[in-house]
Write a protein that binds this ligand. Structure first.
Ligand SMILES: [Zn+2]
Ligand SMILES: [Zn+2]
Length: 147
């Protein structure tokens, strides 16, 4: 399947033919700041499988191994980038309802930081932080030159 998406103003557009690796709700305070929402919901793909069709989103390095991206014009949050994965904000997809949700591993991460009165009605695993093995360190990450 092809999934497509982009920002509110249309300056940033992407598509991917890759199978989603997972879907997660992140409850951490950095994701709250980046999105302005109680949680950030991401769909993960292998790095390099998301094709930017127009302008690439602007990136902000929020941790030594993470860059967060957004449209430089309208500010829409687009992605969470690590060397092995490109995670797209679910809300940036044109048709999130078309995700093959039954075949995707869903989870909550950083649930220890969740807003006490905010939760969602699902039975996905609620990890206190990242799931075991989900914290690859990416010290040597170098962003490829974009031409
Ligand atoms: Zn935009
Ligand atoms: Zn987070």
């Amino acid at each position: 399947m092809t999934l497509a998406g982009g920002c509110l103003c249309g300056k940033v557009r992407y598509q991917t033919n890759a199978e989603p690796l997972w879907l997660c709700h992140c409850h951490c305070s950095m994701c709250r700041k980046h999105t302005g929402s109680p949680i950030a919901t991401y769909v993960g793909f292998p790095a390099g499988t998301v094709i930017w069709l127009t302008t690439q989103p602007t990136r902000y390095r929020s941790s030594k191994d993470v860059e967060r991206s957004f449209c430089p014009t309208c500010g829409s949050t687009i992605g969470f980038h690590r060397v092995h994965e490109t995670s797209l904000l679910l809300g940036s997809l044109d048709a999130p309802e078309s995700l093959p949700i039954a075949a995707i591993r869903g989870m909550h991460v950083w649930f220890k930081d969740h807003i006490p009165w905010f939760d969602t009605a699902d039975d996905w695993t609620r990890f206190a932080e990242f799931p075991p093995g989900g914290t690859d360190e990416l010290y040597n990450y170098r962003r490829p030159v974009v031409r």
